[in-house]
Ligand binder design. Structure first.
Ligand code: ADP
Ligand code: MG
Length: 640
């Protein structure tokens, strides 16, 4: 025992005990409002949800002072019967579900029956509604409970004034009117994208600030809401994997933004923010978008309602999937396949890719044949060739770079029949070039990237296609081609591993240790041998031969972290392999300042047309640009 005196520390005084009481109803609603109503935009979201659930075809949102002073949402939906108006304001009163079975397959936006009660508890609210077959409308004042007649058409208006007037502390958290207005508009925009058949209008202080008419064509609504440039710079997504359907538009890497402000994801028509889906999307862009750039996308994910729980968040912005992995994979593959398609194949992106899309029912707004890389006329045949061994790959690097895509290509060495026929199909024989200019220019018409004209500054290839001038960064383009060839030819082979002379040890978390043990086989495939040597230490005994100079602990840690992500194991293997190949590809690609013949340039263009992801180099930069005749004419002030 210690010799020192150890006085018992004085325990803090107990607080005065208060008796347990049930909270008054009003306060319960105000507490609930804390979760549901954060700002004016939350009110807009809930009221528009209700209007859509009521079958509205036209929804008008009128705001004053950014929605803080007043929010009015008018719809032409089914309305509320006078006798039910008061009920609509009660907590947990809803017309949308009646049983647990209903809850598990809910198809409406609302179902918790708490939005109107919550909003009414922190504002001055009135409900005005008229149902079919009734000659006049009824107005209910939420505060006084007073009912009175009102003249109006069939449908409902909800008026919300002086939000948070009774809870000044909440009101202090609001931003400027302009900011709150922007959030309100964003709330409507989210609905508008999902429901193209419904017309929306937003007024602020008596001025029309946004209007989206009912869409008639498939991309009308996206065009109206996000702009023509969004459409131009996107590829169509339309894929199904098991019970998961993924449709929509995903921006090409070039269209990525500094902020994540154009990322719309809907699950069964409901706007959601979901980490798993965001991660799946990110993974699909990984190979073409580097750094902090944020891709743009509008994705509609449809899945059997029984496989998703929408009742995990008060505002329903989060969902929980029964099988997160299947959703992650479906999203990732859908986008990956669409992005892999070289855009040169469809000079104006969506327009051509979506050929075969018909207008029509809103549910089919994203209709059209699924675009899969393997259906593309430009899809690379290399992807389906005999896998090569790593050793064979060295061939690519001992040859002159041109060999990889020159007419007498090493591609033949790489994989005989496929590559040979590919050369025959696509590289115009030299005789043909000189013999029949007409035939050649006709063929050039058909080539998306056109016919090579010249090389500029040893860096760019200039070509002519039916739109005008094409400029290609030859190193960047070739790097991608070599990279994709390497990826395709490597098949499922494991990465070569090299033992470390002295094993590297590092202190690890319980999760890292568990992952190292559970994923030992995956780590092996990655060329990494890492195993616990004590309850909190891991030892790296081998790592990929190609990365032998990397810090073993740092490498192992980042791979273990990767393996903990959804779909981590497959991704980690792929990524590690891709990183190695990218390094190799860079060495294999044609260097700047090498003179190319016209035939070599044409061969490069044809390879680009056939190679997946060839619009970006391995670092996410564009490999080619189109300068249209119109742009050239403008440069020279022609036609003015
Ligand atoms: P929930 O939408 O979860 O049912 P709310 O509090 O938002 O709960 O709405 C309560 C009920 O009021 C709804 O179930 C619906 O019957 C009715 N209601 C609300 N808004 C409208 C509207 N715009 N048109 C018709 N009925 C409405
Ligand atoms: Mg609701």
């Amino acid at each position: 025992m210690s010799a020192l005196p150890s006085p018992t520390p004085a325990r803090p005084a107990r607080p005065a005990r208060s008796a347990i009481k049930a909270l008054p109803d009003e306060l319960v609603s105000q507490i609930a409002a804390g979760e549901v109503v954060e700002r004016p935009a939350s009110v807009v979201r809930e009221l528009v949800d209700n209007a859509l659930d009521a079958g509205a075809s036209q929804i008008i949102v009128r705001l004053a002072a950014g929605g803080v002073r007043s929010i009015v949402v008018e719809d032409d939906g089914g309305g509320i019967a006078p006798a039910e108006l008061a009920l609509a304001l009660q907590r947990h009163a809803t017309s949308k579900i009646a049983s647990l079975v209903d809850l598990e397959s809910v198809a409406t936006m609302g179902f918790r029956g708490e939005a109107l009660a919550a909003i009414a508890s922190v504002s001055e609210m009135a409900l005005l509604s008229r149902t079919e077959g009734v000659t006049q409308g009824t107005r209910l004042d939420a505060r006084t409970g007073e009912l009175g007649p009102v003249a109006r058409g069939v449908g409902t208006s909800v008026e919300v004034r002086e939000l948070f007037f009774s809870t000044p502390a909440r009101r202090k958290f609001l931003k400027t009117d302009a900011t709150e207005l922007a959030h309100c508009i964003e709330a409507v925009r989210r609905h508008a994208l999902a429901r193209p058949e419904v017309g929306f209008a937003v007024w602020h202080e008596g001025k029309l600030v946004e209007q989206w008419r009912p869409a008639t064509g498939p991309d009308d609504r996206v065009r109206a809401v996000l702009g023509e440039t969004f459409i131009d710079a996107s590829v169509r997504i339309d894929a199904q994997a098991g019970p998961v359907t993924v449709r929509g538009l995903a921006g090409v890497p070039d269209a990525a933004r500094a902020r994540a402000d154009q990322q719309y994801v809907y699950v069964n028509g409901r706007f959601v923010r979901d980490r798993l889906i965001a991660h799946g999307v990110r993974a699909a862009y990984e190979d073409v978008l580097h750094g902090q750039r944020q891709p743009v996308y509008v994705l509609f994910i449809d899945i059997d309602p029984k496989r998703v729980d929408v009742n995990v968040h008060p505002t329903k912005i989060e969902v929980r999937f029964r099988d997160g992995r299947e959703v992650h994979q479906a999203v990732r593959h859908a986008i990956d396949a669409a992005l892999a398609l070289p855009r040169s194949a469809s000079a104006s992106g969506v327009a051509t890719v979506s050929a075969g899309v018909h207008g029509g029912a809103p549910a089919a707004a994203w209709g059209g044949a699924p675009v899969r890389a393997d259906q593309s006329p430009w899809a690379t045949p290399l992807g389906r060739q005999q896998p090569l061994s790593l050793r064979d790959l060295s061939v690519l690097f001992v040859q002159e770079p041109r060999a990889a895509w020159g007419p007498s290509a090493a591609a033949t060495t790489v994989a005989d029949d496929g590559a040979a026929s590919m050369v025959a199909q696509t590289v115009p024989p030299a005789q043909a070039t000189s013999a029949a200019d007409d035939a050649e220019s006709q063929a050039a018409e058909a080539w998306p990237l056109g016919r090579a004209l010249a090389q500029l500054a040893g860096v760019y290839v200039l070509a002519e296609n039916r739109h005008g001038l094409v400029i290609v960064d030859m190193h960047a383009a070739h790097e991608r081609i070599v990279y994709e060839q390497l990826k395709a030819s490597l098949g499922g082979e494991a990465i070569a591993s090299q033992p470390l002379l002295i094993p590297a040890t590092f202190s690890a978390t319980p999760t890292e240790i568990a992952t190292a043990q559970a994923e030992a086989a995956t780590l092996q495939a990655l060329g990494i041998d890492v195993a616990p040597i004590s309850p909190n230490t891991l030892a790296v005994r081998a790592q990929p031969a190609a990365l032998i100079d990397a810090d073993p602990a740092a490498l192992a840690r980042s791979v273990l972290a990767e393996l903990q992500q959804p779909g981590g194991a497959t991704r980690a293997v792929q990524r590690a392999r891709d990183d190695l190949l990218a390094t190799m590809a860079c060495h294999g690609a044609v260097r700047a300042n090498r003179r190319l013949t016209i035939e070599e340039m044409n061969a490069l263009l044809r390879d680009m047309e056939r190679t997946e992801r060839s619009d970006q180099c391995n670092h996410g930069r564009p490999t080619w640009r189109q300068v249209s005749m119109k742009e050239l004419d403008t440069l020279f002030l022609r036609g003015r």
